[in-house]
Design a protein around this ligand. Structure first.
Ligand SMILES: CC(C)(COP(=O)(O)OP(=O)(O)OC[C@H]1O[C@@H](n2cnc3c(N)ncnc32)[C@H](O)[C@@H]1OP(=O)(O)O)[C@@H](O)C(=O)NCCC(=O)NCCS
Length: 288
C-alpha cells in the first residue's frame, strides 16, 4: 500500500529548483486577497546572486506541493506568503510558527505575514506583537493607463549602468551594482519582469522594476525611486504610471506595491498615479 506522508516539510530550495518556487509563489497571487510576498520580491533579492537567493528562501510543502514560501530579507526578517488554498490550514499555520520559533538556521525576529489569516492568528496566539505598519496599494489594470510624461527606456544589459546609478541616487543605502543587475536579470523571476528608466529629455530621472506573476494575476513594482536631485516635479507619479502601463501590457490584472506607512512621500506618489491605498497591515515582532 502506498504510504502517503501528510507531514509539512520546511526546506531550502536548491539553486536549480528556485524557478519552481518562483512559479509556486506566482500561483499564490490573486486579486482581492492581501498583497503578500511576490515573485518580484524573490527576483529583486536575486541581485545578491542566485546562490544567496536560494539560501535565503524557505518553502513549506505537503505531499510535494508548496503551500508557503518565506524570504529571509535581511537579518532576522522573514517575509511570508501562504497559498490561498491554505489560508485556513491549521497545520500550515502552526507548522510555520513551530519552525520559525525553533529553527537554528533562520531565527526570525520580525515576520511579515500579510496573507494567511490563520497564520496571523497563530502568531498573535504565539505571543508575537504588532510591529511596523505597511500600506499596500493597488491599481486595477482593466482599463487603459494614462500616458506617462516621461520617455521610458526598458533596461538591457548595455544600459544596466543607468538603472544601477538611478537606484543609488534614489535610495540612500543602496548597494546595487552592475553585477547585481546581471544576476537579477539572469534569475527565473526576471523572465517576467523589466526595468524601466524614465527620461526627461536626455536626463535619466527615475527608475522602477516591474514584475509580472503571469497573465490575470497582480504584478508588483519593486523598487521605484526618483533621483534625489530631481524630486518634486511629478517624475515619481509619472514613472509609476509607466510601470502600471508596462504591467498591463504584460497581462497583469492589477499593479500592486507595498511601502512603509510612514513613507508618506511614496504613499502620496503611488496615490497620485492612481493606486488606491488599502488598509495598513502590521508586521509581527517576537515579544521576548
Ligand atoms: C517617493 C518619491 C518616489 C517621490 O518622487 P517625486 O518625483 O518627488 O514625486 P512626485 O513629484 O511625482 O509627487 C507625486 C505626489 O506625491 C507628493 N509627494 C511627493 N513626495 C512627498 C513627500 N515627501 N511628502 C508628501 N507628499 C509628497 C507630491 O506632492 C505629489 O502629490 P500631488 O500629485 O497630489 O501633487 C521619491 O521621494 C523617492 O525616490 N524617494 C526614495 C525612494 C522611495 O521611497 N521609493 C518608494 C519606496 S516603495
Amino acid at each position: 500500500m502506498l504510504n502517503v506522508s501528510m507531514t509539512l516539510v520546511c526546506a531550502t530550495p536548491p539553486v536549480d529548483g528556485f524557478g519552481e518556487v518562483v512559479a509556486a509563489l506566482a500561483r499564490f497571487q490573486r486579486d482581492g486577497l492581501p498583497v503578500q510576498l511576490h515573485p518580484g520580491d524573490l527576483g529583486w533579492y536575486t541581485r545578491c546572486g542566485a546562490d544567496a537567493a536560494a539560501a535565503a528562501t524557505r518553502t513549506w510543502s505537503r505531499d510535494g506541493q508548496i503551500l508557503a514560501v518565506g524570504l529571509l530579507d535581511g537579518p532576522g526578517v522573514l517575509r511570508l506568503a501562504v497559498s490561498p488554498d491554505a489560508f485556513d490550514d491549521d497545520d500550515v499555520a502552526t507548522g510555520i510558527l513551530r519552525d520559525i520559533a525553533g529553527s537554528t538556521s533562520f531565527r526570525a525576529e520580525v515576520v511579515e505575514a500579510r496573507g494567511g489569516p490563520r497564520l496571523r492568528r497563530a502568531l498573535i496566539e504565539g505571543g508575537w506583537v504588532p510591529d511596523e505598519a505597511w500600506t499596500p496599494l493597488r491599481r486595477d489594470l482593466a482599463g487603459p493607463v494614462e500616458k506617462s510624461d516621461l520617455r521610458l527606456e526598458v533596461t538591457n544589459v548595455d544600459r544596466a549602468d543607468v538603472r544601477v546609478a538611478l537606484q543609488r541616487a534614489s535610495f540612500d543605502r543602496s548597494t546595487f551594482t552592475r553585477e547585481g543587475w546581471r544576476a537579477m536579470a539572469e534569475g527565473p523571476a526576471y523572465a517576467r519582469a523589466r526595468c524601466l528608466v524614465g527620461y526627461d529629455g536626455e536626463v535619466a530621472v527615475a527608475a522602477v522594476t516591474v514584475w509580472s506573476a503571469g497573465a490575470g494575476r497582480p504584478g508588483l513594482l519593486e523598487p521605484m525611486g526618483v533621483h534625489r536631485e530631481h524630486r518634486g516635479r511629478g517624475y515619481g507619479a509619472a514613472i509609476c504610471r509607466g510601470a502600471a502601463a508596462a504591467l498591463r501590457e504584460m497581462g497583469a490584472s492589477s499593479a500592486t506595491v507595498c511601502t512603509p506607512s510612514d513613507n508618506v512621500g511614496a504613499v502620496a506618489t503611488y496615490a497620485s498615479a492612481g493606486f488606491v491605498p488599502l488598509a495598513p497591515v502590521r508586521d509581527f515582532r517576537r515579544a521576548v
